[in-house]
Design a protein around this ligand. Structure first.
Ligand SMILES: Cc1cc2nc3c(=O)[nH]c(=O)nc-3n(C[C@H](O)[C@H](O)[C@H](O)COP(=O)(O)OP(=O)(O)OC[C@H]3O[C@@H](n4cnc5c(N)ncnc54)[C@H](O)[C@@H]3O)c2cc1C
Ligand code: FES
Length: 260
């Protein structure tokens, strides 16, 4: 296993796994950190040979313990699980917030082969949290594309929320599909905007996950289980859970709590 520091809180780990090499962008793996916990992580790079990456934001006990791992340390990988993004042709928009950009990169690599135009919108709190700038440049160099970067503090790109820029774009241009991953409030705003402009949306949701195969119920949202029906949900599925999407989630004990 290789490890690369992206910024003070985010690290990318690369390992060989044949099954992950065949995964769809948007699918996830359960990462076992021996003696600590097992947590869900999206694949941030997928290569047919099996070279696979995860990009981890240290937010709590398990993700911080994972980010202490170095080259040669051992972790366990279970998966890949769930349903990934379905690639669409035409004029597509990809909207990532913070580490949410991770699963959108392998997707964008696939979209380059089928889409006519890609508009990639990346938002983060500050410049340091805007990840993968070189990779974005490389991926989009082959196609008619537009990239917009926003930061909350104006340290890079436009000083605003990424959804403010999306709003402007949707007023001027007709899109055939929008893909999004990031903080749930951002994705909920994306859902409302996509509905308003009649554009289909695919969003990758996060919930507490334990079994990752649809059995334990810890990832329930409405009638859906995010690990099995998602993590990527389409507009129709998002409409069916709109009472909870952006508002509530289950905590570690299974209690319904307000989303932070
Ligand atoms: C399908 C999927 C893909 C993900 N991909 C990535 C990724 O590519 N990169 C990344 O950095 N993070 C990703 N996450 C989020 C990551 O799994 C959580 O940040 C991690 O599990 C937190 O565990 P912890 O012990 O470090 O934090 P905790 O101390 O347990 O909690 C810190 C915060 O994370 C939330 N959280 C805790 N456990 C989970 C969980 N199992 N799932 C979701 N949220 C949780 C808590 O509600 C709390 O707000 C993904 C989550 C899902 C469901
Ligand atoms: S994680 Fe167990 S049902 Fe989804």
């Amino acid at each position: 296993m290789e490890a690369k520091k992206e910024n003070c809180a985010v690290k990318t780990f690369t390992f060989m796994d044949e099954s992950c090499g065949k995964a769809e962008p948007g699918q996830f793996v359960m990462v076992w950190i021996p003696g600590v916990d097992e947590i869900p992580m999206s694949l941030s790079a997928i290569n047919p040979g099996g070279f696979t990456s995860i990009t981890v934001h240290g937010v709590g006990e398990a993700s911080r313990a994972l980010n202490k791992k170095e080259k040669g340390d051992q972790i366990g990988i279970r998966g890949p699980f769930g349903n990934g993004f379905v690639p669409a042709g035409g004029n597509v928009m990809v909207v990532g917030g913070g580490t949410g950009l991770a699963p959108l990169l392998p997707l964008t690599e696939n979209l380059v082969k089928v889409a006519d135009k890609i508009t990639l919108m990346c938002g983060a709190k500050c410049q340091d949290n805007l990840l993968f700038l070189d990779r974005v440049d490389r991926i989009l160099s082959e196609l008619d594309s537009e990239t917009v970067f926003t930061t909350d503090d104006g340290s890079y790109g436009i000083e605003c929320m990424v959804t403010d820029q999306v709003k402007q774009k949707l007023k001027k241009e007709k899109f055939d599909m929008i893909y999004t991953c990031g903080p749930e409030q951002m994705m909920y705003s994306m859902f409302l905007l996509a509905e308003q402009h009649n554009v289909p949306l695919q969003a990758s949701l996060e919930r507490i996950m334990r079994c990752a195969i649809g059995l334990c119920g810890s990832c329930q949202i409405g009638k859906l289980r995010v690990c099995k029906d998602g993590p990527v949900l389409n507009s129709e599925q998002l409409r069916s859970v709109k009472e909870e999407f952006g508002k509530f989630q289950l905590d570690l004990t299974g209690k319904r709590i307000k989303l932070q």
